[in-house]
Design a protein around this ligand. Structure first.
Ligand SMILES: C[S@@+](CC[C@H](N)C(=O)[O-])C[C@H]1O[C@@H](n2cnc3c(N)ncnc32)[C@H](O)[C@@H]1O
Length: 203
């Protein structure tokens, strides 16, 4: 899908994302991993700031959110005003954003690696941007561990991508293993479709 078309697709989904912000299942997963973020935090593909409620305010000094959808950023700004976290935003494609190495204590991605054309490249950038004693926290959806479901996901992926703009056939654990990040802990839910991954950057 062309980039401008994809951005427009996300721009139009803002109210759906806002309505889904308190989805109890997502809330359960977000609240397991997001409180582990600390210090200066980068969140990529921040959407409408669905994670803001789960950051521990005392542990987070500042939070920088990146998203290529202007409308999503507007939603995140509205949400940020309800939480007492120092936030700033960059409206840019993550592939075109540049930071110095070792810029952040924690880097967070929730439900974004399904969308990037080359997720391993993005994971390697995360590895570089995160301080070496920092934390990388991922909550992603991907290929199920159930063989029947995973075959179905592979079959429906082209249609899924057309409708949603993202992929349902990515093996998230393998992608992280292919990157320079070091996985520390994994929790899987929904027949393995949802992966919570705690990782550390490597030199
Ligand atoms: C599925 S939504 C997830 C939003 C949020 N992280 C959450 O957990 O609800 C994916 C988000 O990533 C953004 N996104 C997708 N591809 C991107 C890219 N290449 N650069 C920056 N943002 C991107 C979309 O605009 C959207 O807000």
């Amino acid at each position: 899908m062309k980039q401008e078309k994809l951005i427009r697709k996300y721009d139009k989904q803002v109210s759906a994302y806002e309505n889904n912000r308190d989805n109890p299942t997502l809330v359960k997963w977000r609240s397991r991993i997001i409180p582990d973020a600390y210090g200066s935090v980068l969140e990529i593909g921040i959407g409408v700031g669905a994670n803001f409620a789960y950051y521990e305010r005392e542990k987070v000094n500042e939070l920088l959110g990146v998203d290529f959808s202007k409308e999503m950023i507007r939603g995140a700004e509205r949400e940020a005003s309800k939480h007492h976290i120092k936030t700033s935003f960059i409206n840019k494609d993550i592939r075109h954003v540049q930071f110095e190495s070792n810029s952040f204590d924690s880097i967070v991605s929730t439900l974004t690696l399904c969308g990037y054309p080359n997720p391993v490249d993005t994971l390697n950038k995360i590895n570089d941007w995160c301080r070496k004693d920092g934390k990388v926290l991922l909550m992603e959806h991907g290929l199920s561990t159930n063989p029947f479901l995973s075959v179905t996901q592979k079959i429906v992926d082209p249609l899924f991508n057309k409708v949603s703009g993202c992929h349902c056939n990515r093996n998230m654990i393998k992608l992280v293993e292919k990157s320079r990040l070091q996985i520390e802990r994994v929790e899987r839910y929904w027949s393995g479709i949802i992966c919570l991954i705690w990782a550390r950057p490597r030199e």
